[in-house]
Design a protein around this ligand. Structure first.
Ligand SMILES: NC(=O)c1ccc[n+]([C@@H]2O[C@H](COP(=O)([O-])OP(=O)(O)OC[C@H]3O[C@@H](n4cnc5c(N)ncnc54)[C@H](O)[C@@H]3O)[C@@H](O)[C@H]2O)c1
Ligand SMILES: O=C(O)C[C@H](O)C(=O)O
Length: 342
């Protein structure tokens, strides 16, 4: 049953994405943050305001503070022109002619909840934003942070399909935080700068669907026995829950997510501007496994996902992780597709 799942794809070299923003802007890009007043949205907007590739930054949220967040950011002495848009009636103006729409809109977890528990609230939020993208910026690259990512990407894809504007190269689920965490933990173990660590994290973005491919880490992870490899794998899979527990009812990861979201958005923009070899892990439409959406390294280019690099050779332990992930992914994807087809 998993023959396609286990088929290794040619060796994958992952570079560590947009660690440095380009200093010369060759094109003007409009970036929208949908959910801009939230725990992720505000620091994400703060980081994007500093990216010289962003010339227009539109902030959208239903929260009354949103225009004020826009005014606040507009006082920064960086080139991006900022606009704040509050409430559904202002959504079209926010989205209009966007090159990239990043979506962190929706509720976060509290202790004891799974990401799937957020589905009922967040599904319609992502559906409605996707519908506006279909109407107002059908060519935009859509980067979805909202959980559960495994189901939200299928929802947005189905909405865009229904509107006749779906391009699988332009819809990404943001799994960058898993890569960032894996690099942070490996850096600590190896005693090196985590920014020098390259590590693919594949599959999806929840529990067992998060598969850090530790055998492909560069430099190699300095862990001798399999029990420690297993423990590190589980820590990466449960890192979101580690933050949820530590915040004790105050939400989930926001600052590290904003950092990861700004990195992914920066990489998308570098690809759009024509830079070559921009590689990030992302959850995208895929035919590598039985799951219709799957995360692994992709090359980002002028039209979004230019090339899917696959997931390379997995060792036996990682193949078992993949086997465990696929049924969960299939279930999550079906939940999203069924909702969008209602
Ligand atoms: N992909 C990842 O790795 C990752 C990491 C962390 C968090 N998340 C997810 O990101 C989402 C946001 O987390 P947060 O901590 O920023 O939450 P938050 O509650 O602090 O912010 C969410 C924002 O969304 C806004 N919002 C709600 N409904 C909206 C709508 N219909 N249109 C526009 N905006 C709307 C809220 O007003 C709020 O400002 C959650 O679903 C969380 O689980 C994903
Ligand atoms: O854990 C969460 O609910 C938020 C996010 O998906 C994360 O990985 O931090």
């Amino acid at each position: 049953m998993f023959s396609r799942v286990l088929k290794p794809v040619a060796g994958v070299a992952v570079q560590n994405g947009a660690k440095n923003f380009s200093t010369t802007s060759q094109k003007n890009f409009k970036v929208v943050v949908a959910g801009a007043a939230g725990g992720i949205g505000q620091p994400l907007a703060l980081l994007l305001k500093q990216n010289p590739l962003v010339t227009r930054l539109a902030l959208y949220d239903i929260a009354p503070v949103t225009p004020g967040v826009g005014v606040d950011l507009s006082h920064m002495d960086t080139p991006a022109k900022v606009s704040g848009h509050k409430g559904p009636e202002e959504l079209p103006a926010a989205i209009k002619d966007a090159d990239v729409v990043v979506i962190p809109a929706g509720v976060p977890r509290k202790p004891g909840m799974t990401r799937d528990d957020l589905f009922n609230t967040n599904a319609s939020i992502v559906r409605d934003i996707a519908a506006s993208i279909a109407q107002n910026a059908p060519k935009a690259i859509v980067a979805i942070i909202t959980n559960p990512v495994n189901s939200m990407v299928p929802i947005a894809s189905e909405v865009l399909k229904k509107a006749g504007v779906y391009d699988p190269a332009r819809v990404l689920g943001v799994t960058t935080l898993d890569v960032v965490r894996a690099a942070a933990f490996i850096g600590e173990i190896n005693g090196v700068d985590p920014r020098s660590v390259t590590i693919p994290v594949i599959g999806g973005h929840s529990g067992v669907t998060i598969i850090p491919v530790l055998s492909q880490s560069q430099p190699a992870v300095k862990l001798s026995d399999q029990a420690k490899i297993k423990a590190l794998t589980e820590r990466i899979q449960e890192a979101g829950t580690e933050v949820v527990k530590a915040k004790a009812g105050g939400g989930s990861a926001t600052l590290s997510m904003a950092y990861a979201g700004a990195r992914l958005t920066g990489s998308v923009l570098r690809g759009l501007k024509g830079e070559s070899n921009v590689v990030e892990c992302a959850y995208v439409k895929s035919d590598l496994t039985e799951a219709a959406y799957f995360a692994n390294p992709v090359v980002l280019g002028k039209n979004g996902v230019e090339k899917n690099l696959g997931y390379g050779k997995l060792n036996e332990f990682e193949q078992q992780l993949l086997k465990a992930a696929i049924p969960e992914l299939l279930k999550n994807i079906k939940t999203g597709e069924d909702f969008a087809k209602k």
